[in-house]
Ligand binder design. Structure first.
Ligand code: M6R
Length: 361
């Protein structure tokens, strides 16, 4: 049942305010400015002994894991990184007893992720899951974890699950942070930020008509470049994947800082750039990248907290706490990918060559 929407993707994009509300519900503890995660299975004493966190997933879930790693480093100051699960499992990884492993999967059935979990468990590691489907294979194989409560996602391309997974990582990062060195004041600040998310997502959804117009303008591109820095880079990766999957337009994502190390050679009027530009400490550096692109006559679509002078068009998104900004910045680009694909007449819910869950190697 599409509930009045033309596609599941559109329905699922629209459901995000409610979905985010669900991942937060019942978990916030205002008294201690933290969150409770019932299924984590990791007590405070154990949480304090973690030396490193390694996050494993595929596709969109890997991108959510990259944002999750950033959140964990920022809020809990635990070294963290993310890696595609398949790469991890085929490189005979060094499994370290002080590392906490986290498997991320919407379906909980992705074979490469499941196999990585099984290999880790065989070597005695502790593995948690950040999973959407309750009772799925990965949920069952892990020692505990956080359900993302996005509700069923039917469209092959992931939208609301990405947003909820990243929000679930923010909860986990806050929880670990408050057990370690994150202050009460910062805990409170993040909680207030989390509570603002559903309303702010609603604000973004209201811009659909304008985003649709932009999508039509860029739909003739043969290729697109997506750039961001630090918090913005995984957002660029995810937005470029979304565009590729449903519009079949070739897209690349690069850290903005890497442009001059090669990809700048591609920039010319027929290759538009989508730039993720939050108002954070890297704003000026990001603006410099826009100048470099403009100097080569590249078209620029910015996703930012304020109108960007150097950009041809800016989608302005509401500002949250700096740490949480990446949760919101990908949403307009889901809508952008959707309307680009629609303008090109693509089969949005069932893109060619792809399956909803990849249960083979
Ligand atoms: O169910 P999972 O989260 O484990 O799926 C992982 C990827 O196959 C999935 O995210 C894929 O990249 C989607 N088509 C993204 O839109």
């Amino acid at each position: 049942d599409m509930g009045g929407h033309d596609t599941y993707m559109h329905k699922e994009i629209s459901e995000q305010p409610d979905a985010v509300d669900r991942v937060l519900r019942g978990r916030i503890d205002d008294r201690f400015s933290t969150v409770h995660l019932g299924g984590l299975n990791l007590d405070a004493r154990e949480a304090r002994t973690i030396r490193r966190i390694k996050i494993l997933g595929c596709g969109t879930s890997y991108h959510a894991g990259l944002i999750g790693a950033g959140l964990i480093e920022e809020l809990a100051r635990i070294p963290a990184d993310a890696e595609p699960a398949s790469e991890f499992r085929y490189r005979n990884p060094v499994v370290d007893p002080d590392t906490l492993y986290i498997a991320v999967s919407q379906s909980g059935e992705t074979y490469d992720v499941l196999a990585a979990v099984q290999e880790l468990k065989r070597k005695g590691a502790r593995v948690l899951g950040v999973v959407n489907v309750v009772g799925s294979a990965i949920a069952r194989e892990t020692d505990g974890g956080v359900y993302v409560h996005a509700g069923p996602e039917v469209c092959v391309v992931s939208t609301k699950c990405f947003t909820n997974t990243v929000t679930a990582f923010a909860l986990l990062a806050l929880h670990l942070g408050r057990i370690r060195d994150l202050s009460v004041a910062d805990g409170k600040r993040i909680i207030e930020g989390l509570r603002r998310l559903p309303g702010q997502i609603q604000e973004i959804l209201k811009q659909e008509d304008e985003i649709k117009k932009l999508a039509k303008r860029y739909a003739d591109a043969k290729s697109m470049m997506f750039i961001g820095r630090v918090r913005g880079y995984p957002v660029a990766l995810e937005a470029s994947l979304k565009l590729k999957e449903i519009s079949y337009i070739h897209a690349e994502a690069y850290p903005a800082s890497e442009l001059k190390h090669g990809p700048l050679a591609l920039i010319e009027p027929s290759l538009p750039t989508v730039a993720i530009i939050p108002n954070d400490d890297l704003l000026e550096k990001n603006r410099a990248a826009l100048e470099e692109i403009k100097a080569r006559s590249g078209r620029i679509l910015a996703v930012a907290h304020q109108e960007q002078e150097k950009a041809d068009h800016t989608i302005v998104v509401p500002k949250n706490e700096t740490e949480l900004d990446s949760i919101l910045m990908g949403i307009p680009l889901q809508i952008f990918a959707y309307h680009t694909a629609l303008a090109l007449g693509r089969d949005i819910d069932k893109p060619r060559n792809l399956a909803k869950s990849v249960t083979v190697e």
